[in-house]
Design a protein. Sequence first.
Length: 340
Amino acid sequence: MPPTSYSGAARKAAYIQQVVDSLAALPGMESAAAARVIPFNGGTRFGSSLMFTDNKQSVQAFFHWNAVTPQFFRAMDIPLLQGRTFSPADRGGENVVVVNSEFVIRYLGGRQPLGTVFLWGREGKTPYRIVGVAEGTKTMTIGEDPQPQLYEPLAQIDNDRQEIDFVVRSAIPPALQLEAVRRTLHGIEPMAGAEVNPMYASIGLALLPSQVGALLMGSAGILGLLLATVGLYGAMAYSVARRSREIGIRAAIGAGRGHIARMVLGDAARVTLIGTAAGLLVALLVTKPLAMFLAPGLKPADPLNFAVVALAMLVTGLAATWGPILRAVNIDPNAALREE
């Protein structure tokens, strides 16, 4: 916002409300909101003492903070677990907050969160009442551990910043709404500097480490799979060549092709299973540092992922032994014995 035109908190609040209302009125918009910060684009973290008014107990709390308008949770698709979000009636009067589930677990000590009042602020004397509990979200990195979060109504704080983030949720593809949003912002305040992007582009920098890591690790995984295939094929081909006389004798005394194929396949299965087990064990140990780069809901020791890898290795082992099996079942007993 131009600092000369928006130096006072009341003028900023009026501008923010006008923008939110105008964006929400655009065709195809489901909700519109404003916030001090958008996840992955920065954040404010507090380390402060909280005193609960029910028993005068104090706890040292560390949490992320944000100030938002009432529709922020709907626009960002953050589920509300208990209570309510903010409303226009929250302007002035009693200070209210919404906290996330991690905040409740860490700092409320078993209290019923709704209605709980604690003292916080510059001098630790301002009372705040919890009116809602929201689901946890990612704030700075995709793979971060659950972090406590506290939200205040944007109208409740003394907004000292000239920058503000708006977020809208569209029922139609966001790319089709960009120009309409730009025109709306420019029409309300032509002198304001505005950058309009889909959310994915806005948080692209936060996703970059995961994308680069996925590309590098995926490429390394494919290369490793190819090397394992070539190595297993070479090992089994060498094993068949060394056992040519044994296989010839077995064939001479009546061993059928199926018996010989099962013998070679069993040897390959043992090698593959031992190698796969060793590889998964090593992976279990070395993938833990990669947790911060993983997408939400995916764990370094994800059982499904490990099962898929094991299955892929077994299929690869079977494919790699196909050639040696064909060679083994086609060994001529007479030729094999004459070579000795």
